[in-house]
Design a protein around this ligand. Structure first.
Ligand code: NI
Length: 404
């Protein structure tokens, strides 16, 4: 049998760059929050339908699934894109900036939609030759736990046909365009949240001895929680406790009877994650006793760690090299303490989550969730080509695979 020539996804993707940029800008202009992505979903579904895919809408409320059935039997690989925006007032000044004040695609999920639709176009061109299927998962609500991934899985997106492997990516403004970053094993942390309410006894600001000051107790709570990483956990083991909000008090000369705080806990090791509520509770109990307050504590489990499968990492590295050229696929040494609900997919099927370089050539780099966050759109064709190439290699086997 004469082997089919390898598709040149890099070249084909470059030819579609303008189209991808147009999709990204359209999505960017009309951002939607988690589980409200109705217009984005409509746009996605229309593209997938035009390609002749089997399309399911309203998956996990606002998600969309497109199935490309190849001409030959084989396994199924899924490509996932998240679609939600953030409650941020955009300050980029871009010509295609958000037209919804207070809502912004400040995490690049607009790019993820455009890239994954780009990959859908590329792979659709090889439908007859495909040995298996590609399932495109457009997911609602990545930003807010419990997130859309778990809900999609619950609705069966990994079944019928069963998904054998999965790929996901995130644009990275800190990585130059044309580069890929990927890590074996755990690549992102478990992300849990907590709520602490300190209940004291109010009183006059000039007579603290007649009150139980919730503000002073809250200060002790914050300081105490920081000693988990500095004093209680092995210094080479990553752990973050962040108190992100604090609210309490009424007036300068009134002792507050209540302070409420919300925060996040990030861990990599499962045992440490398991212990965190108990460790925090001990500190809270100590503060409550010392300061004569009552402290309520809720610990809410969030996304599990994102754990890449080594064989899928190798597949991605090979696909990445083919598209971006030698020396442009970087192995990341340390996990990020960020969280991602792609983790739920990886708990069910082997896969890889990687970073796509989207750094701008000049000007300051604004991080994710910044009101001036932006990406280099040259990343769009690179991302689409890498996804298409990795899916193609997975389904067809490596170029050297012998024919049965
Ligand atoms: Ni994101």
């Amino acid at each position: 049998m004469v082997p089919k020539p390898q598709p040149d996804f890099a070249r084909e993707a470059r030819a579609r760059a303008a189209e991808m940029s147009e999709i990204r800008r359209k999505v960017h202009r009309y951002p939607e929050l988690g589980f409200e992505e109705t217009e984005t979903a409509k746009l996605v579904a229309a593209h997938l339908a035009k390609l002749g895919f089997e399309v399911s809408g309203a998956v996990a409320r606002t998600g969309v699934v497109g199935l490309l059935r190849g001409g030959l039997p084989g396994p199924t690989i899924a490509l996932r894109a998240d679609m939600d925006a953030l409650p941020i007032l955009e300050q980029t000044g871009l010509e295609f900036a958000s037209e919804r004040p207070g809502l912004m695609h400040a995490c690049g999920h607009d790019a993820h939609v455009a890239i994954t639709l780009g990959a859908a176009h590329l792979l659709a061109g090889y439908r007859q030759e495909l040995r298996g299927s590609v399932k495109f998962l457009f997911q609602p609500s990545e930003e807010t736990p419990p997130g859309g991934a778990a809900a999609m899985i619950e609705e069966g997106v990994l079944d019928n046909p069963p998904v054998d492997a999965i790929l996901g990516l995130h644009v990275n403004p800190h990585l130059p365009v044309g580069f890929i970053g990927v890590k074996d094993g755990v690549t992102m942390a478990a992300a849990d949240n907590f709520r602490v309410v300190v209940r004291g006894r109010g009183g006059h600001g000039a007579a603290p001895h007649q009150a139980a000051d919730a503000v002073v107790a809250a200060a002790a709570v914050i300081q105490g929680l920081q000693t988990i990483s500095s004093r209680l956990v092995d210094p080479v083991v990553p752990v973050v406790v962040t108190v992100g909000t604090i609210h309490g008090g009424y007036k300068a000369n009134v002792i507050a009877d209540q302070v409420e705080m919300h925060g996040t806990v990030r861990t990599i090791l499962p045992d440490l994650r398991q212990q965190m509520p108990e460790t925090m509770q001990k500190i809270l109990d100590g503060v409550a006793a010392a300061y004569g307050c009552k402290i309520d504590f809720d610990y809410l489990r969030g996304y599990p760690p994102v754990e890449n499968e080594p064989a899928m990492v190798s597949l991605l590295v090979e696909a990445g090299k083919l598209i971006t050229g030698p020396g442009r696929v970087l192995k990341i040494a340390h996990p990020s303490m960020g969280g991602e609900d792609f983790a739920y997919f990886l708990q069910r099927v082997p896969g890889v989550y990687f970073y796509l370089g989207a750094g701008k050539q000049e000007g300051p780099v604004y991080p994710w969730h910044h009101p001036q966050f932006d990406i280099n759109e040259e990343a769009l064709p690179v991302g689409a080509a890498v996804l298409a190439q990795a899916a193609w290699t997975y389904l067809q086997g490596s170029p050297g695979r012998s024919e049965e």
